[in-house]
Design a protein around this ligand. Structure first.
Ligand SMILES: [Zn+2]
Length: 196
């Protein structure tokens, strides 16, 4: 639950990043951000978020989807937050991670186009590490285990296995909506195709 995605808006309500519920709460605690109510779009600090009865109920209330239960509270998790001061676009837009490569490539093998499921997918270095290939957005792609094994320690050319698309660093919101539920409250800020 704490790893769920939260949309981050800058002071001008422009989407600039996606973060986790955990990080959102931390930003709100430190007064760096306010929670945007998913239905009314009213802004709340942590206290007013709790005071608004639609976001809070006693911990003995039944489990609810999208709510976080602690020892004494049952809190609705934020879906959108707005930063208090920051109005720029962060330079590091999307964390380079295994998960984000999977998302960028839509869980699809970039050699055969197959989608065999997470268990049979791997990350391939287009130019093998042994040949000086870097671990970055431009040199890492999703490959099914079969293709990865077949390609081995070769370049796509040497293996006669052309890439379906040239790997690139995604912009922050590429991949939004792929393989995960996008909250309705994001719709006002992010278009249906996931582009801001
Ligand atoms: Zn494949």
């Amino acid at each position: 639950m704490l790893d769920r995605s939260v949309l981050v808006l800058n002071k001008s309500w422009t989407p600039i990043a996606i973060t986790t519920v955990k990080r959102s709460f931390s930003l709100v605690f430190q007064d760096h951000a306010l929670i945007v109510h998913p239905e009314t779009y009213e802004m709340h600090n942590f206290e007013s978020w709790l005071v608004d009865n639609s976001n809070f109920c006693e911990s003995n209330a039944p489990e609810r989807e999208g709510w976080l239960r602690t020892a004494s509270l049952h809190i609705r998790i934020p879906e959108v937050i707005v930063l208090g001061r920051y109005n720029g676009i962060p330079r590091r837009e999307l964390v380079f991670s295994r998960r984000n490569i999977y998302r960028r490539d839509s869980f699809e093998c970039q050699y055969c186009g197959g989608r065999p499921g997470l268990k049979y997918l791997s990350i391939d270095h287009v130019l093998p590490v042994s040949k000086g290939g870097k671990t970055n957005w431009e040199n890492c792609v999703v490959a099914c285990v079969r293709c990865n094994t077949r390609k081995g320690n070769r370049t796509p050319d040497a293996a006669s296995m052309p890439l379906r698309s040239r790997p690139q660093k995604p912009t922050w919101n590429d991949g939004v909506g792929q393989g995960e539920r996008v909250p309705e409250s994001w719709a006002r800020f992010v278009h249906a195709d996931g582009k801001a």
